[in-house]
Ligand binder design. Structure first.
Ligand code: THU
Length: 126
């Protein structure tokens, strides 16, 4: 799948983000080996530390549906600059495919593509 299509899906998913505290709306689209796409959004909580990031929400969504082989993830937000996955999300993504394509986008759909190994070098792996 083309990166640009996955970015569009991440931007569409972002519409459902629940971020009343930060105002940072994040959407993710995760592509499986089988060609399925699972989306995720950030879900904030008044007890701030309980917030779940969009990327991890997408992974939980896919694994819950029985999918574990991930080829690519696109993540987009409502800000300028590319939406970089936080360290915790990088580690969770690494669990399933260190060579995953990570496509980071801004609010308008401009994007950059990198491999997860570049975003999380010398990682703790299984
Ligand atoms: N956020 C994500 O959804 N993904 C990341 O990788 C970084 C941060 C969310 C969490 C929180 O709702 C908001 O962005 C501000 O940190």
């Amino acid at each position: 799948m083309q990166a640009v299509e996955l970015v569009k899906m991440a931007l569409a998913a972002r519409e459902n983000a629940y971020a009343p505290y930060s105002g940072i709306l994040v959407g993710a689209a995760l592509l499986t080996r089988e060609g399925r796409i699972f989306s995720g959004v950030n879900v904030e909580n008044v007890s701030y530390a309980l917030t779940v990031c969009a990327e991890r929400a997408a992974v939980l969504n896919a694994v819950s549906a029985g999918y574990r082989h991930f080829e690519a993830l696109a993540v987009a937000w409502n800000k300028e600059g590319f939406c970089r996955p936080c360290g915790a999300c990088r580690q969770v993504l690494y669990e399933f495919n260190p060579k995953m394509r990570i496509i980071t986008a801004d609010y308008s759909g401009e994007y950059q593509e990198q491999l997860l190994t570049a975003l999380l070098p010398d990682a703790f792996g299984k």
